[in-house]
Design a protein around this ligand. Structure first.
Ligand code: GLV
Ligand code: GLV
Length: 327
């Protein structure tokens, strides 16, 4: 009989059809996120699973699913995976890099512009019927063109944002990262490496694009916000938990920074009530990679990882290529 796999959340029908050419495919028809016990139950006898950020794959799960050979995440971030535990179990893990880079950078810029120029705040005002007369300083925001753009986390997406800022908006681009880029990439991005302290102190607009891990937890908290300019904009398209949401809400309320744009939240889909209570914020529900073309490309790439590995033992975008063939 054919190998069985699980697709843990709804994906495009064409992706399921492609998988069904090779496997018996169990799908999650009502698309409700599966909790740990449900996921383990559904994975019995299965050799592969396609996950999203809403499924956690940890030591308990891999121990309880001895037949599992591959876990393919439809996301570039993989903090829902305990990668050391998955690797120790000899299971291949994959993510979806590259296919979402430019789309996600576009959204980072959309959120930056919306936040600096007070797009949603002004729309709420208009929709509420409060626009009785025009005024010279109405919703006057922060300049984007020619300003200083700070990027924390300079992977592929950070670099794509740097290029937009430098080449499209004539911005002075500075960045901080665990390691400095090579000179050629820095020149192409027109980006200058600075310390985290200088980044916080001199950015007019600070955008976060670093992966979540124990070491990036609350990388932006009360102490860091206190170093920022009172006129600054903060944008997070990386992961919830990188920003201390309660500290950010307090800073926005007290106008210690001008505004924030958030696509990701600690404990999402819940949103800290204090964030909902401040006006100088733009909030979106984790949609930075959400164009139809890119979401399809991500789902296809996850499926291609599963098909290549289970049918030919080949890896496409593996996170732990060293385990290939162990299970
Ligand atoms: C989305 O957040 C992703 O990591 O792709
Ligand atoms: C992260 O992997 C990125 O592409 O920035």
């Amino acid at each position: 009989s054919r190998p069985s796999i699980l697709v843990a959340r709804q994906v495009f029908p064409e992706v399921v059809d492609k998988l069904r050419q090779h496997f018996d495919v169990d799908t999650n028809e009502d698309d409700a996120p599966l909790d740990a016990a449900q996921l383990v139950a559904r994975l019995q006898g299965k050799v592969g699973v396609i996950t999203t950020g809403s499924e956690r794959v940890d030591a308990a799960l891999v121990t309880a699913c001895p037949q599992l050979r591959i876990v393919a995440n439809i996301a570039v971030g993989y903090n829902n995976f305990d990668l050391p535990a998955i690797t120790a179990a000899g299971i291949l893990a994959s993510n979806t890099p590259d296919v979402l880079t430019e789309t996600t950078a576009d959204f980072g810029f959309a959120l930056l512009l919306a936040t600096a120029r007070r797009l949603t705040e002004s729309e709420h005002f208009l929709r509420a019927g409060q626009w009785n007369r025009w005024a010279l300083d109405m919703f006057a925001g922060a300049e984007v063109n020619g300003s200083t753009l700070g990027i924390l986390g300079m992977g592929r997406i950070g670099q794509a944002i740097a290029r937009r800022g430098a080449h499209g908006f004539n911005m002075n681009v500075i960045y901080h990262n665990r390691s400095q880029l090579d000179a050629t990439t820095e020149a192409e991005c027109k980006a200058r490496y600075v310390s985290k302290e200088e980044l916080l102190k001199t950015s007019d607009h600070l955008i976060l694009v670093l992966p979540y891990s124990a070491s990036s937890h609350h990388a932006i908290g009360a102490t860091e916000i206190a170093q920022m300019k009172p006129t600054a904009t903060l944008v997070n398209i990386a992961r919830g938990g990188i920003v201390d949401d309660a500290a950010l809400a307090a800073a926005l309320r007290e106008k210690r920074i001008a505004a924030a744009g958030l696509d990701v939240f600690e404990g999402e889909p819940r949103v800290h009530p204090d964030l909902l209570a401040v006006p100088n914020i733009v909030l979106t529900p984790h949609i930075a990679s959400a164009t139809i073309a890119t979401r399809k490309a991500m789902a296809h790439l996850a499926a291609d990882n599963v098909i290549a590995y289970l049918t030919e033992g080949k890896t496409v975008t593996p996170l732990n290529p060293e385990v290939a063939g162990k299970r």
